[in-house]
Ligand binder design. Structure first.
Ligand SMILES: [Zn+2]
Length: 98
């Protein structure tokens, strides 16, 4: 860390650890009930976490302590049902225009 030069902020996927530009990752935040939701606007309050826009990475979110570590919360944390459904709907995760 601390070696970033240039202007592109780099985020780390909490599933695979890949470092990517912010636009290649989806930002996650916790809603008031402690469910993980997308934050496409990037304006969600509180601590955010990032994950790659692909099924394997999103599928791995709920394994291990990833979410707890990312949000520094005591679990159990789970994905919002809509978010999960969106992911299981087939095909790649579609990014909405921001
Ligand atoms: Zn990833």
């Amino acid at each position: 860390m601390g070696r970033n030069k240039g202007h592109t902020p780099v985020r780390t996927c909490i599933s695979c650890g890949a470092k990517r530009g912010r636009k290649e990752l989806v930002r996650l935040v916790l809603d008031p009930r402690g469910l993980v939701v997308r934050d496409d606007s990037g304006k969600g309050r509180g601590r955010g976490a990032y994950v790659c826009l692909n099924k394997p990475c999103i599928g791995k979110l709920e394994t291990g302590d990833r979410l707890k570590r990312a949000f520094r919360k005591e679990g159990p944390l789970s994905l919002h049902p809509e978010f999960r459904e969106e992911m299981s709907g087939g095909g790649d995760y579609k990014k909405v225009k921001s």
